[in-house]
Write a protein that binds this ligand. Structure first.
Ligand code: IPM
Ligand code: MN
Length: 353
């Protein structure tokens, strides 16, 4: 298969984890005789410094013209600590999501048996947990009308029917391919936007008679994902709730460094780790490249390259089993492997299998 992939490494640890993601894609291409072309483009703080815009038009065009985007992370503390900054790296991320129409963000939550002890949660609670969170990504408070003066500020949590219908459709379709169980997470006891979500979900239920649909308030869901994670199969929720819940669910996996995601929508699909740019670790060769590598696997699977995706997943499992791990998940006294070493170990394993 020929694939044009736009590469957006961004800031912080982005470039170093991306190198490992690309190395893995390259061995897959060689092994299976695919032809992947990589086109790099700038974004985030990096792009602000170069051209004054965190998601420049040229980067947008590169993404639009590609079959897929592999993204790493953006963010830089220089901007976080400067309340007067007019442009911020995160604005680039939001512009990218909006302009590419990436309305559905799929964040899988799964456990690795050999890492169960790394979770702050009890092993018997999380063992076997396997669900996906589908986060609406281009609406809600992130993009609704905002206002701020010295005495008053507000953000508008706005959703329209077509926006809700299309994300719910993604959720029901995923459920049909999984365990046929959708949980709509909302705050319908308080928020009008949530009540519309619930109304539309109930209207759509009969279209998916095989799917069990239930409804859960987000506060309750925040508790249930930690106390009873095996209950869930597909969670679907609005932008802000999804943002918060998926940081929380990363505790189930044991490290943010292990969590990939895909975003799909109107134009080019995008694949990125759930974690951020971890600026303190930049250039230190300590960041876990696995979330990036698994994002590459999700990219391949999106194009139907399931064997290739599976081989990457097996290689990742093998690295964890062999204790070839970055410091945050290494066993006590175990040898510390760097970003680079973990990435090459995984790439070599793929070549040999
Ligand atoms: C995420 C991140 C972003 C978000 C930030 C960096 C703007 O936390 O992708 O979850 O809030 O969506
Ligand atoms: Mn987040």
């Amino acid at each position: 298969m020929n694939l044009q992939i736009a590469i957006l490494s961004g800031d912080g640890i982005g470039p170093e984890i991306m190198r490992q993601g690309l190395a893995v894609l390259q061995v897959i291409a060689d092994k299976y005789h695919h032809h992947f072309t990589f086109k790099e483009a700038i974004c985030g703080a990096h792009a602000i410094r170069e051209v004054g815009d965190p998601f420049p038009e040229q980067t947008f065009q590169t993404c639009l013209n590609a079959d897929a985007v592999l993204f790493a992370a953006v963010g830089d503390p220089i901007f976080d600590n400067d309340p007067t900054a007019k442009v911020r790296p995160e604005q680039g991320l939001l512009a990218m999501r909006k302009q590419l129409g990436l309305f559905a963000n799929i964040r899988p939550v799964a456990t690795f048996d050999c890492l169960l002890h790394k979770s702050p949660l009890k092993e018997d609670i999380i063992k076997g947990a396997d669900f996906i969170v589908i986060r609406e990504l281009t609406g809600g408070m992130y993009f609704g009308e905002k206002y701020q003066d010295n005495d008053k500020a507000y953000d508008t949590d706005i959703y329209t029917r077509p926006e809700i219908e299309r994300i719910l459709k993604v959720a029901f379709d995923y459920a049909m391919k999984r365990n046929k169980h959708v949980t709509v997470v909302d705050k319908a006891n308080i928020l009008a936007s949530s009540r519309l979500w619930r109304q539309i979900a109930k209207e759509m239920e009969p279209l998916y008679p095989e799917v069990t649909t239930d409804y859960m308030f987000v506060d309750n869901a925040a508790m249930r994902v930690l106390t009873e994670p095996r209950f869930f199969d597909v969670i679907v929720t609005e932008n802000t709730f999804g943002d918060i819940l998926t940081d929380e669910t990363s505790c189930i996996t044991g490290s943010m460094g292990l969590q990939p995601s895909s975003s799909i929508g109107e134009h080019t699909p995008l694949f990125e780790p759930v974690h951020g740019s971890w600026p303190q670790a930049a250039g230190k060769n300590v960041a876990n490249p696995i979330a990036q590598i698994l994002s590459a696997a999700m990219l391949l699977e999106h194009f139907g390259l399931y064997d290739e995706g599976k081989l990457i997943r097996q290689a990742v499992d093998a690295s964890l089993e062999a204790n070839v791990r970055t410091p945050e998940i290494q066993v006590e006294g175990g040898e510390q492997y760097g970003t680079e070493e973990v990435g090459s170990w995984i790439a070599d394993w793929i070549l040999d299998h």
